[in-house]
Design a protein around this ligand. Sequence first.
Ligand code: GCO
Ligand code: MG
Length: 406
Amino acid sequence: MSGPDRIVAAEVLLTSPGRNYLTLKITTAEGVTGWGDATLNGRELAVAAYLREHLCPQLLGRDPARIEDTWQYLYRGAYWRRGPVTMTAVGAVDLALWDIKGKAAGLPVYQLLGGAVRDRVRAYTHATGWETGQLCDAVDAVRERGFTAVRVQSGVPGLDSVYGVGRGPGYEPAARGTVPAEEVWDTAAYLRHVPGVLAEVRAHAGPELALLHDAHHRLTPIEAARLGKALEPADLYWLEDVTPAENPDVLRRVRAHTTVPLAIGEVFSTLWEFQQLITEQLIDHARAAVTHAGGISALRRLAVLADVWQVKVSPHGPSDVSPIAMAAGLHLALATPNHGIAEYMGYPEPAHEVFRHAWTCTDGHLHPGDAPGLGVDVDEALAARYPYEPALLPVARRRDGSMTDW
Ligand code: GCO
Ligand code: MG
């Protein structure tokens, strides 16, 4: 009997087919290729260096089938563990190894995770409009595409710009360059405006459409409580990232005042950051991204913990994680009983061409497809035609010039 397969190459690939993506490619002696997403928006080069200089050399010669042992080796072995750069790099390795395991077995990853518990994965997409009328039009357009859930964000009177909201079509917040743009933020103006917007959208859309809203970490606990209460008549599916949640205790105050479902955690990178939020039921949806929080192996553990406390896992799925991470999230979603809803922002067309994916988005639902592994093939020649260019999201200051969360 021949011995186990071995990893013979691990390389990183930076490409920008519409936006920047960092990809890890692992090759085995038996010629199997595994792909992992390592994109950390605006900090791509830090993860590239972490992988190239530190993790890739340690992968050579390892048995690719030993996914959990490799995860433990990279997480526990580093001594300097946790943090988004480290966990994104570990996540990329984990995704590539699940991809290899699936390809070696001739099975889609969701089958290796126990098989489908649902036929398809419900998704929400984004609708934005500076004015409420534009926003309602955007909501209609999303419904016409078959979506039954939509995240709505609007402009704020008196502000020139709001992160995540364009004044016209084709909004992309990341601007090319190495120094971020600066925006002005005013929480009081936002709090005065947004409940009326959500009420109008609800009246326009009728009772059935699931509405979501992202407060993007900007509020204090009492502001968050006030917003949650004010949004109750709009019957939200969730209110996202009301506070930075670095201090989980403060969510108790929000919970004491409102029953609006809370979704938190897209910037978290480990189970430990979610622990109290879950065990005290301070949130309803854990938003960890499959890439940024250590991969499929880590999110499986998160889902089990969350299930005990009747919390759902609804991973972050913006267009700034690549179609490989989207695939990984979908395999997990299809096989995870307490998955909530998937985020699908969509991708620039060239990204679909570089990352040829088996997953599909039809009538507002996603399916990972039945190709072996994660079901994404990277066209390296095409990727090389889209060179990486640094791009950054804006930062925000209050009216007095002090920095705030954006
Ligand atoms: C979301 C997010 C994103 C993030 C972005 C940061 O809920 O989809 O908040 O829009 O801001 O992923 O890189
Ligand atoms: Mg968000």
